[in-house]
Design a protein. Structure first.
Lengths: 359, 539
């Protein structure tokens, strides 16, 4: 016996069932997205982690431990059979091995051994130049973008009166945010690389990336400035400070943490984009590290290797097989880790700051 | 010394006991504060300036394309390449008919093997007559083919000499500019007289006419006695083949007519250079015959990939936004929102790599499962195609759509919801009849911005879309999604590194970039317009 329905209770009928079906659809959509994200990240982490953890080597001198995948330059991988043993070696090691084996064979009076190696370009060694290049690109681009963006945001939030001029600027910022990244790449190539004749260089990459991320920085900074209560400004002005003194002493210090944390999302974007640096700053391969330059000024006008571009190169220009998998997944993993670190810290910081500033 | 303003001099005329106003530093008649304001205002203009610079440089590099393409098309006409291509049409049609025959042979072979259970050798023996027939059919076009070959060589030679002359003229110009008059005079240029040279081709039209007549005769003879085929269905196909061949023969006079009417001296208008770009069906570069810069395959590819992405991203993104904002528990809300934001931080090149390494192969294998056999185009053999790229682009569009749609839903006043509940509507009725309509314009603009994100995305399509420059075959129905395509963004990224700055190919890529730029602006414009309307409706 079930209790009789009260006459105001809704009954389990057709409507109820459709309702719960549709609710389940919405829930399903949400979790499908999350699952996709988790699967992609999990896949790359699982297959990429061994490339990093398997590359720790002990050292004789100070740091005593190093990671060949992170701290070495890319090399070609040689796979060959020698005396019945299958070996995989990086470029330098392979050459040394060949020489010693040849020397040994001649000393023992045996015929010189033949080496038939199949080579896989970029598949050995590490990705140190790419990490360095990416960091340099990010630091330079974000410096430029923050200088321009914060100044721009100060004008929009502190000085500007609503009018045609400001509306025009806001429209430009909105539109700039929608411009595809490859168009920024084309623009940077035409203006910096060819017209200014900077060639493929850090400078060209910095400006291209800075211009691309500018709308993000401006919007984030403006929000942070707007979050500072009006009373702070009014109090300062009432005490006789000028507008600039007010902004410098009483607005910017309180807005700065907000500006920086929100701009970290911009950093993630700068680090993650490939298309704008393809023709402006990135080299497929470069032997020298960025600080190995003859003149100081050369530093700014040299191309660099970059992680995202390296991923593009190793995933499209070399075949997919067991030997190349290490560098492909390893690079993707390190890169994803770097971006996740940046994005995660921004989300954490923001949540923390939201709690701290309660005026 | 700074110029003194009138107010200070007035104050100074009577000895001040109390000065409230500090003397301000002035620069070019502006106070320091005004200077600072000017500095920040100037910085705010940066966005405007950058937008202007992008437009300027894209136009600067791209604008030369249309005149260069016009030259390109002019040479095509002047050197007689266009004439030869007119003559090639019957040969191409004939090749298509031959393919129809070989398809018919494959079907018949399959029938013998599967339905009658014959061995490969027996089936081949039964098809011996058919093979002889197909062979005769294929050989029938030999006379016009040899004629076309001859013409092609002449036309190519004219073009090559003309281009060589252009190079020499450029060399002479450079020498003159360097002041080396003697060397410049030594550069001998033998001008090409197009009218005379091309007449070598047009004069042999009677021979070509003769060849088509021979072709027509031999084909008519062939279609009268087709080889017998085992089933009704296959015989019907053969009958269809006969009609097609008759149509083909009937098209000869029109071809010859157009060749007779062809006139090399008709100039190529500049408008044709535009239409050849926008509506051109071929993007063919570094070809030994003729380069074509037609953007249709690229635009179609971009559209196809974006449509697939949106078809996946709209239900997922909007559904998730509704769920998180209206139905989820507070804990879910707190966890899901940052998680989806986090997905948006996955770099697109990593997603592209994932597509190459995992998703492409997975989709190819999955398409072979009998469970999916009903879907047209399944199973497919290409690992990288529009579907692979579309799925990943969908994942890129989801966070954009989700975040903006969630904002829009969040902006619906609480009173709407409460009023709906008070009237006795259920939770779902409130969502579907009240919340979604009230935030619809925000959702639509979120979808538009998602589209903008997808169209402009480069790395995923470059890595995963298959990069085949051809208009997708939309007659395949839904199966079109399994074809490899090339996109506007992909072609720029792929070819920009290999072209010579200033050349026609370089400029063509900039025009594609310009097109992309304007598409992005247009999408943005509509998204903003819809949002503005939405503000009014809630009032």
């Amino acid at each position: 016996m079930t209790a009789p329905f009260h006459r105001y209770t809704s009954r389990r009928g057709f409507q109820r069932r459709t309702e719960s079906t549709i609710v389940w659809f919405f829930r399903f959509a949400t979790y499908v997205i999350l699952l996709c994200g988790v699967f992609i990240i999990g896949n790359i982490c699982l297959k990429g982690l061994p490339a990093v953890t398997g590359a720790f080597r002990s050292l004789e001198q100070f740091p005593y431990v190093t990671n060949t995948f992170i701290f070495e330059a890319p090399e070609s991988l040689y796979v060959f059979k020698h005396e019945g043993v299958k070996r995989e070696m990086g470029d330098a090691e392979y050459r040394a091995f060949r020489e010693t084996e040849t020397a040994r064979a001649t000393a023992e009076g045996r015929p010189v051994p033949e080496f038939k190696a199949s080579s896989y370009v970029y598949a050995a060694g590490g990705i140190w130049p790419c990490i360095v290049g990416t960091l340099l690109l990010v630091v330079g681009a974000m410096t430029i973008a923050l200088l321009l963006g914060v100044a721009s945001a100060i004008f929009l939030s502190e000085y500007a009166r609503d009018g045609a001029f400001v509306r025009f600027i806001r429209l430009a910022i909105l539109n700039l945010a929608g411009v595809p990244s490859i168009v920024f790449g084309l623009f940077g190539f035409a203006m910096f690389v060819l017209y200014f004749n900077w060639n493929v260089s850090l400078m060209a990459g910095w400006f291209t990336l800075a211009f691309m991320v500018l709308p993000v920085v401006i919007t984030a900074s403006e929000e942070a400035l707007k979050a500072v209560p009006k009373g702070f400004r009014e109090g300062s002005l009432a005490l006789g400070a000028t507008k600039w003194q007010t902004i410098r002493k009483n607005v910017l210090p309180y807005a700065l943490p907000g500006i920086l944390t929100s701009s970290i999302l911009g950093i993630a974007r700068v680090a993650g984009e490939t298309a704008p640096i393809m023709f402006t700053a990135a080299y497929v391969v470069r032997d020298k590290l960025p600080w190995e330059v003859a003149k100081f000024s050369d530093f700014f006008f040299q191309g660099v290797m970059a992680l995202p571009y390296h991923i593009y190169v190793v995933s499209s220009k070399i075949p997919q097989n067991a030997y190349t998998q290490r560098v492909q997944y390893g690079t993707a993993f390190v890169f994803l880790g770097l971006v996740a670190l940046i994005a995660g810290s921004s989300i954490l910081l923001r949540n923390k700051l939201r709690g701290r500033y309660q005026w | 010394m700074p110029p003194e303003s009138t107010t200070t001099s007035v104050v100074e005329s009577s000895p001040p006991s109390f000065r409230i106003q500090k003397e301000r530093t002035q620069l070019l008649g502006l106070t320091l504060d005004e200077c600072i304001q000017g500095f920040f205002g100037g910085n705010a203009l940066v966005a405007v300036i950058i937008l202007g610079l992008i437009t300027f440089f894209l136009f600067r590099e791209g604008s030369g394309f249309f005149s260069q393409n016009r030259d390109n098309l002019s040479i095509y006409r002047l050197a007689g390449l266009e004439y030869v291509d007119l003559g090639r049409q019957p040969d191409k049609d004939h090749a298509a008919l031959s393919r129809y025959l070989s398809d018919l042979r494959r079907r018949t072979y399959q029938y013998y093997m599967e339905e009658e259970g014959l061995s490969a050798k027996e089936a081949g023996g039964r098809l011996a007559d058919f093979d002889v027939y197909a062979d005769r059919f294929a050989r029938a076009s030999a006379p016009i083919r040899s004629q076309l070959m001859e013409w092609g060589e002449i036309a190519n030679d004219i073009k090559a000499r003309h281009l060589g002359n252009q190079n020499l003229a450029e060399k002479r110009r450079q020498l003159l500019a360097a002041g080396k008059t003697k060397e410049a005079a030594a550069v001998g240029i033998l001008p090409v007289n197009f009218a005379v040279e091309v007449s070598a081709i047009t004069a042999t039209l009677p021979a070509y006419e003769e060849a088509t007549a021979t072709l027509a005769r031999s084909l008519e003879e062939l279609i009268l006695a087709p080889p017998p085929l085992p089933t009704v269905e296959l015989t019907a196909r053969m009958a269809r083949f006969q009609t097609l061949t008759r149509d083909f023969i009937a098209s000869f006079p029109a071809t010859l007519e157009s060749m007779k009417k062809w006139d090399a001296s008709v100039p190529v208008p500049l408008s044709q250079s535009f239409t050849a770009f926008i509506f051109g069906r071929q993007w063919l570069t570094a070809s030994f015959w003729q380069d074509w810069y037609g953007a249709t395959p690229l635009i179609a590819g971009s559209m196809l990939v974006s449509l697939i992405a949106l078809a996946l991203a709209i239900p997922l993104g909007v559904g998730a936004a509704i769920y998180v904002n209206q139905l989820a528990s507070p804990l879910e809300q707190r966890l899901i929102k940052p998680a989806i934001e986090f997905i948006s931080a996955i770099p697109s090149v990593v997603l592209g790599f994932f597509g190459i390494a995992v998703l492409g192969e997975f989709l190819r294998v999955a398409s072979g499962w009998s469970f999916f056999a009903w879907i047209p185009g399944f199973p497919f053999a290409e690992r990288l195609n529009a579907l692979t790229a579309g799925c990943l682009l969908g994942l890129i569009a989801v966070p954009t759509i989700f975040t903006l749609a969630e904002d829009a839903i969040n902006n619906v006043p609480r009173a709407f919801k409460e009023a709906s509940y008070a009237l006795g509507a259920s939770r779902l009725q409130t969502i579907i009849r009240i919340i979604v309509p009230a935030s619809l314009s925000g959702i639509v603009s979120a979808i538009l911005l998602g589209l903008g994100r997808v169209i402009g995305e480069t790395m995923v399509v470059l890595l995963c879309a298959g990069n085949r420059i051809a208009i997708p075959d939309f007659t395949a129905g839904l199966g079109v999604v399994t074809q490899p395509v090339h996109t506007m963004t992909g072609i720029i990224a792929q070819e920009m590194g290999e072209v010579e700055p200033g050349g026609i190919h370089y400029r063509a890529l900039f025009v594609v970039g310009l097109l992309l730029f304007f598409i992005a602006l247009l999408i943005n414009y509509f998204a903003q317009k819809i949002v503005r309307k939405y503000k009014v409706s809630i009032g």
